[in-house]
Design a protein around this ligand. Structure first.
Ligand SMILES: Cc1cc2nc3c(=O)[nH]c(=O)nc-3n(C[C@H](O)[C@H](O)[C@H](O)COP(=O)(O)OP(=O)(O)OC[C@H]3O[C@@H](n4cnc5c(N)ncnc54)[C@H](O)[C@@H]3O)c2cc1C
Length: 506
């Protein structure tokens, strides 16, 4: 029998059926008791979705697991491929490239972080790129992939991965899961929002055909427009464009010119950067740019000129302002996805921010009394997550030697948030980076970007000098070989997909 207190939430209304809305619906219908909570999702085919979120980071695996989605089944349904990291081209300076791998670099020795040993050795002799000490980095270089399991030995156990997929198909896939668990989908356009005069909370949304959808907890997953959180509640937006000046994107799909790489590529351009995301059946491409530095027609022409093969769809233009909604949870409305804020997709974090919002809401789930303590804690935690991601993205723009355009001159010389400035200072002296609190990106991610973009610390930390020089050299060489030999034994990424998760039409 369902256990229910007399003030438990009985009806959740999700406004919006993009990735955010259907992720929320799939999660709530799995993790809340369907005998006591009714869930409805309102979406409008006429309005449609953003539909360009195609690259993800490893925690999505845990989300899929949580909602009972099998990896191979999901990848086959979404034309998905594996992603072991991101290759950055021309970011530190034109002509340079580096790899941000998922998973660690090397292994720590007697408590000394691997990158400190690497820095020490690099002072003594010319050393290969740190990517050579990353399982994901070497696999990407060779176009290989295999799935590590719980019993997998080192160094393969260090291979960490996420996915590329068609975001529209992912939302459809989750919709199937959610509807099978009782979520009611309502097709219709929300034209008005009714408030409860006593509580000041949202009471219902009104659809164009006059229907009213009542609820107790409302999820605003309506995209950039923020139908409830902003248009009705005027919550306010914190604008971060002084640090993240890109405010437009143009996206286009093209044919695959060869087997799909198991990584995303991000290439810096004069006024932004271009993404390249290989799926099973096509390539996703886009240019993220600053409209103050390049016109949209020019951006589109630049994108199309830099495709590896013919476009297979019309380019789509999108506008945004980097930042976050001042309160992700306001009254009885919780904003998720684009309605809660947007940080450009340079490290593929938006879908993760949805996942993080869902997990935190489940951990702080309200009842009909809406205790402000839960709301305030949720808002504090979401603020931290957003700001941590923001700082990591700003790092990519700040840590550059590019001086070939106004855009890069602005980014290179801009003031950055205090926390990031302190991190950079700590790194510059002795290569120290610490993961603080629940930060999403760990030491290995910061090390990859900092070294990759040419920010070399003055010294390494003293503990790294303790090891005998010959022993260290030998150890590093053996580690490097073990990554390479392990990667060479893996199947190609294309073979792995064909064997395990090929889409029916691929
Ligand atoms: C250029 C770009 C690239 C991106 N790349 C990535 C990436 O690589 N990785 C990543 O993780 N994320 C990426 N994202 C973000 C990702 O696309 C979104 O975070 C994700 O798709 C969530 O979107 P959403 O569901 O919040 O909004 P949307 O997709 O906009 O969905 C909004 C929903 O609300 C509905 N709606 C709106 N108004 C009404 C109304 N009045 N009545 C009824 N329904 C309504 C719409 O019909 C739709 O169903 C990218 C975003 C952009 C802009």
């Amino acid at each position: 029998m369902a256990v229910m207190t007399d003030h438990a939430i009985r009806k959740i209304v999700i406004v919006g059926g993009g990735t955010a809305g259907w992720m929320a619906a799939a999660a709530f219908s799995t993790l809340l008791d369907s005998r006591s909570v009714e869930i409805a999702l309102v979406e409008s085919d006429e309005i449609g979705t953003v539909g360009v979120g195609e690259a993800t980071i490893p925690p999505l695996m845990a989300f899929n697991h949580m909602v009972g989605v099998g990896e191979d089944e999901f990848l086959a349904a979404c034309q998905g491929s594996f992603k072991v990291g991101i290759e950055f081209v021309d970011w530190g300076a034109p002509g340079e490239r580096y790899f941000h791998p998922f998973g660690p670099h090397g292994q720590n020795v007697r408590g000394v972080p691997f990158h400190q040993l690497y820095l020490r050795e690099a002072k003594r002799r010319p050393l290969a790129d740190i990517r050579e000490w990353s399982m994901s980095g070497v696999a990407a270089e060779l176009g290989r992939f295999t799935r590590p399991g719980p019993q997998t030995p080192m160094p393969l156990a260090q291979l960490s991965y996420a996915y590329h997929f068609d975001a529209g198909l992912y939302a459809r896939f989750l919709r199937g899961q959610a509807e099978a668990r009782g979520v009611q989908r309502i097709e219709g356009k929300v034209v008005d929002v009714a408030m409860d005069a006593d509580t000041g909370n949202v009471a219902a949304v009104t659809l164009a055909d006059g229907r009213s959808v009542e609820g107790e907890l409302f999820m605003d997953c309506s995209g950039f427009r923020g139908l409830l959180i902003e248009q009705k509640l005027s919550t306010g937006y914190e604008d971060w464009s002084r640090w993240l000046p890109c405010d437009r994107a143009v996206a286009v799909q093209s044919a695959l010119a060869g087997p799909p790489d198991p990584f995303t590529r991000s290439t810096a351009r004069a006024a932004g950067w271009q993404w390249r995301i290989p799926l099973q059946h096509r390539m996703g491409n886009g240019l993220v740019y600053s409209s103050a530095h390049i016109a949209s027609e020019e951006a589109e022409a630049l994108l199309v000129a830099n495709l590896e093969s013919e476009p297979i769809a019309h380019p789509r233009h999108l506008s945004f302002t980097a930042g976050r909604r001042r309160l992700a949870w306001n009254g009885n409305v919780v904003a998720m996805g684009l309605s809660s804020g947007f940080i450009e997709p340079l490290e593929s974090t938006s879908i993760h921010l949805v996942q993080s919002g869902i997990a935190k809401l489940l951990a702080l789930f309200p009842d009909r009394r809406f205790n402000p303590v839960e709301r305030d804690e949720y808002n504090r935690q979401m603020q931290d997550v957003f700001e941590d991601v923001r700082d990591f993205i700003i790092l990519h723009y700040k840590a550059t030697r590019r001086d070939d355009s106004d855009f890069w001159n602005y980014c290179r010389t801009m003031e950055v948030p205090d926390k990031l400035a302190a991190k950079l200072e700590l790194w510059r002296s002795k290569g120290r980076i610490f993961r603080q609190g629940a930060e999403l990106f760990g030491t290995e991610s910061w090390v990859a970007v900092l070294l990759g973009q040419g920010i070399i610390p003055e010294e390494n930390e003293p503990a790294a000098d303790a090891m005998d020089a010959a022993v260290l050299s030998d150890l590093l060489e053996r580690m490097r070989l073990s990554y390479r030999q392990t990667a060479e034994r893996m199947p190609s990424h294309a073979e792995f997909i064909a064997r395990h998760c090929a889409a029916p039409s691929a």
